[in-house]
Design a protein around this ligand. Sequence first.
Ligand code: ATP
Ligand code: MG
Length: 253
Amino acid sequence: MEIDKKTARKIDRELQSLRERIGADRKTLNEVFDKPTLLAFGKLISDRILKFIDFPISTGKEANVFRAVTPDDRIVAVKVYRIATSNFNRMIYYIRGDPRFAPIGRSKREIINQWVKKELKNLERLQEIEVPAPKPIRALQNILVMEYIGDHNYPAPLLKDIEMKDPERICNEIIGYIKKMYIEGDIIHSDLSEYNILFYKNRPYLIDLAQGVVSEHPFAFDFLKRDIENVVKFFRRHGVIYNAREIFRELIA
Ligand SMILES: Nc1ncnc2c1ncn2[C@@H]1O[C@H](COP(=O)(O)OP(=O)(O)OP(=O)(O)O)[C@@H](O)[C@H]1O
Ligand SMILES: [Mg+2]
């Protein structure tokens, strides 16, 4: 992918001002924004998907999430997987066995590209069946652009960090999402927990969907069971008592 001088200068300026705004050290920024990633950002800017990156929302084990602004001044979320710190064996484990993806090569970039495409496809499917989650906007290499969930001041909090007035209602809603995803969407989140659910406008939103698999995946039932167990365990601490095994059995019956 080629990038013109003007865009390159623009990105340089962006990065410099990002550094100043967030005070991030050069090493961190260089780790996220390596050359191919910068080129991809250049393309997103010239395709008018993004105007600039606002500030970081989160630094995870494998990805950084930023708030960004589009040319028409809407706020979006941008998730950037870092090549340097991604766990490729784990990614392969979830990609292989998913019939939506052809067997993939072993290059790290190729695996990450598939991983990001998988997150995009899973988010699309959630949109189709109307399970609340960020609307995906564009996947390009190691970058996923999606709807931002939150208000102008703050991104929506994680479920683990909120005070719940009505935990039973929220629990039922999330179990409802799991069922709907399995029955109508043929999809299993596979990394569901209070760490991957945002709470916004009084509703849970599912995020972090790259691990999601279709039910044909050889370990689909294990993932489904684990998702249900995580949710049941979390809500048990908030006084909502459900039996994970029962929910699982009923669902796959
Ligand atoms: N669309 C979004 N809108 C607002 N905030 C978001 C959005 N997506 C992610 N976030 C924030 O960024 C954090 C990290 O996102 P996510 O869970 O997708 O990645 P991650 O856990 O860092 O991924 P990994 O663990 O694989 O590195 C979330 O906990 C949430 O706070
Ligand atoms: Mg996460």
